[in-house]
Design a protein around this ligand. Structure first.
Ligand code: TRP
Length: 335
């Protein structure tokens, strides 16, 4: 009889313990769940290049085991190209106490930089981080910012233009005056082209509404047009290329995604790859507790050859056979 009582006692104790353990573990899991890392992604505006960067970032986080909503919270915000949106969203990320903030395009990163000097910031492609005063050094950033540069291989891009148009005499370059990244690349390309004996017409727009008029004028005076990684013109590539095509003028853009939207050809960086590299930086910070101060800025040297066969036909341009073969082998042909 005594034994039975003791057995009951033990069983009741065990039962109570199990119930306690059940709720305790549940509570712990809940606490862990509340502590999943938060990543704030601030994209300047939507155009195919920046969208690809964001996709590369997302895919890389997922590949490294981060499932949005499960063990990571990705807060994505698009500023629609608006300065006050940039400021509001940056402040919100700081209030939300995100673990890492990613800025896609220069103005996003500048706005995040103004909002915090402690939360790690990853640049999802800023052309010239040191030149723009975002980091004091690309090799030793020193502060809370690191990431990826999308500096285009301009020399190779000029070579490609000459390969397709050996008799090019006059090159038009168009950019948006408020876009730091586009302004620097335009000036560099002008220098490179002039050094090759090509005359350059450098023109700027102040916003997208100027694009049609300015590009109409420009295409009357030049053999080809180069567009740098310009956030405004990247969203107006279709308009620019159709305006130029009316005058039989090809457009050579700096980024791969811009060929698909009507550019003739480029040897450009893969925007998706830029996003992947930014994603790797986020993983290094979250998983391996690396500090942006010690993480050098990533530069990608190798461009991908992309040629637009459809545009070439429209413009009556024939690509050299060797170029088509190269594109078939290691690049992409848009048909
Ligand atoms: N370099 C741009 C900046 O610093 C952002 C950017 C990346 C971009 N890839 C692009 C712009 C392609 C236009 C096209 O703001």
């Amino acid at each position: 009889m005594k034994h039975v009582k003791r057995l009951y006692g033990t069983l009741i104790f065990l039962f109570a313990f199990l119930i306690f353990a059940f709720f305790y573990v549940g509570h712990q899991q809940q606490a862990a769940h509340n502590k999943i890392p938060k990543v704030g992604v601030l994209q300047l505006l939507s155009h195919p290049a920046l969208d690809q960067i964001n996709k590369g970032l997302d895919d890389t986080l997922e590949k490294n085991g981060y499932k949005n909503g499960k063990n990571i919270q990705i807060i994505f915000q698009n500023a629609q190209g608006d300065q006050s949106n940039l400021r509001t969203i940056s402040k919100q990320f700081v209030e939300d106490n995100v673990d890492v903030a990613v800025g896609i395009a220069t103005p996003s990163v500048q706005s995040l930089k103004n909002a915090t000097s402690t939360i790690p910031i990853v640049m999802g492609a800023v052309t010239d981080p040191k030149g723009f005063g975002i980091v004091p050094s690309n090799t030793h950033p020193g502060g809370n910012i690191t990431g990826v540069s999308d500096q285009a291989p301009l020399g190779d891009q000029l070579k490609l233009m000459k390969e397709i148009m050996p008799n090019i005499k006059r090159l038009g370059i168009i950019y948006t005056s408020s876009d730091m990244s586009a302004t620097t690349e335009s000036k560099k390309m002008k220098k490179l082209a002039k050094a090759q004996g090509i005359d350059v017409d450098l023109v700027s727009i102040s916003n997208i509404n100027d694009l049609e008029q300015v590009s109409t004028n420009l295409s009357q005076n030049v053999d080809a047009i180069f567009v740098p990684t310009d956030n405004t013109i990247a969203s107006g590539m279709k308009l620019l290329s159709s305006v130029a095509a009316k005058r039989n003028v090809p457009v050579f853009p700096a980024a791969d995604t811009m060929v698909k939207d009507g550019g003739l050809a480029t040897l450009g960086l893969s925007q998706y790859e830029l996003g992947q590299k930014a994603g790797e930086d986020v993983v290094a910070i979250l998983k391996h507790h690396k500090k942006p101060a010690d993480m050098p800025v990533t530069f990608i040297k190798k461009g991908h050859l992309i040629i637009n066969q459809k545009m070439a036909e429209k413009l009556n341009i024939t690509f050299p056979d060797s170029l088509v073969q190269r594109a078939q082998k290691e690049g992409r042909i848009i048909k």
